[in-house]
Design a protein around this ligand. Structure first.
Ligand code: C2E
Ligand code: MG
Ligand code: MG
Ligand code: MG
Length: 276
């Protein structure tokens, strides 16, 4: 009897597992099926979020963040579809669209005498395209832009210690004149000594430091250490996920020069950002 009931509950659990797995796969398949049409129909939009100097509140740049108005599911956040796109290789087509859109915006803003750099996200899988530096340089030429007007956000996890191939592409991007921002710094397994010899121009401090800092003095000490080290290495730091005035005051006291987060502005469509 006991054995039977165990088997029974085990069986139910398997059934449940298969059910949700199945649903997940169906949803992924649906996303994959619609993404090509979505790209053609321009259901994808590029939103912009301000980056600011903490001391003055001055606008120093913008991050381009993609949004998907899905015909069936409504607004889907990148956290839900980027991983799927990375898995099936579609991310490169999407990123090409986002980068091109950012270049078009930069060109238009320049014509209106409102020049600030735009940072675009570069997925780790994009770095496997060996001609990436030439592709991006060509795009800048098409829109009459200097490469340093476009910043590239590359997440910490792309700086894989033993992947010479990825690091070589990042080095070539930097040599081509693009400004490299290391995204989500501190979220993964980076060791502090890598900062001195990796191709990086700017550090983006992961929001995990702020999320846990209010009641976590040790986190704050690590954050202070990174900010001090970055200053010694002449690497500007942008703190991510700054939502409150208190957090901005804390960062200012710690000597962190730049910030991005809801306190300064949410990601918004181009027209709204232009007014902002
Ligand atoms: P990320 O590059 O680290 O971007 C920052 C994320 O934090 C964005 O989420 C932004 O909306 C969110 N954020 C900004 N300020 C705050 C804040 O004060 N509080 C909180 N809680 N969140 C804040 P989003 O737009 O959902 O994007 C998530 C991730 O998806 C991005 O993280 C990036 O890794 C990826 N992603 C977004 N757009 C693109 C893209 O065009 N291409 C690629 N390859 N990845 C993208
Ligand atoms: Mg980013
Ligand atoms: Mg980030
Ligand atoms: Mg991220």
């Amino acid at each position: 009897l006991a054995a039977d009931s165990i088997k029974g509950s085990y069986g139910r659990r398997i059934a449940q597992y298969n059910h949700t797995m199945h649903e997940k796969l169906m949803l992924e398949q649906k996303i994959v099926n619609t993404m090509v049409e979505s790209l053609q129909r321009e259901d994808f939009q590029v939103y912009l979020q301000p980056k600011a100097e903490i001391n003055t509140g001055r606008l120093i740049g913008a991050e381009a963040l993609v949004r998907w108005k899905h015909p069936e599911f409504g607004m889907i956040s990148p956290g839900d579809f980027i991983p799927v796109f990375e898995k099936n290789g579609f991310i490169y087509s999407l990123d090409l669209f986002v980068w091109r859109t950012a270049c078009r915006m930069l060109r238009d803003w320049k014509k209106a005498n409102r020049s600030i750099p735009i940072s675009v996200n570069v997925s780790r899988t994009d770095l496997y395209h060996k001609d990436l530096p030439e592709t991006l340089s060509g795009m800048c030429r098409d829109y009459d832009l200097a490469p340093d007007e476009l910043h590239l956000e590359i997440t910490e996890s792309s700086y894989v210690r033993d992947s010479v191939q990825l690091l070589t592409v990042i080095r070539r991007l930097r040599q081509a004149g693009f400004i490299i921002e290391m995204d989500d710094f501190g979220s993964g397994y980076s060791s502090l000594n890598t900062l001195s010899d990796l191709p990086i121009d700017i550090i983006k401090l992961d929001m995990i430091f702020l999320r846990q800092s209010e009641n976590n003095l040790r986190r704050q000490k690590v954050m202070q250490l990174i900010i001090d080290l970055a200053r010694e290495l002449d690497l500007p730091v942008i703190a991510e996920g700054v939502e409150t005035e208190e957090q901005a005051i804390l960062l200012k006291a710690m000597g962190c020069p730049y910030a991005q987060g809801y306190l300064y502005g949410r990601p918004m469509p181009e027209t709204e950002f232009f007014k902002f």
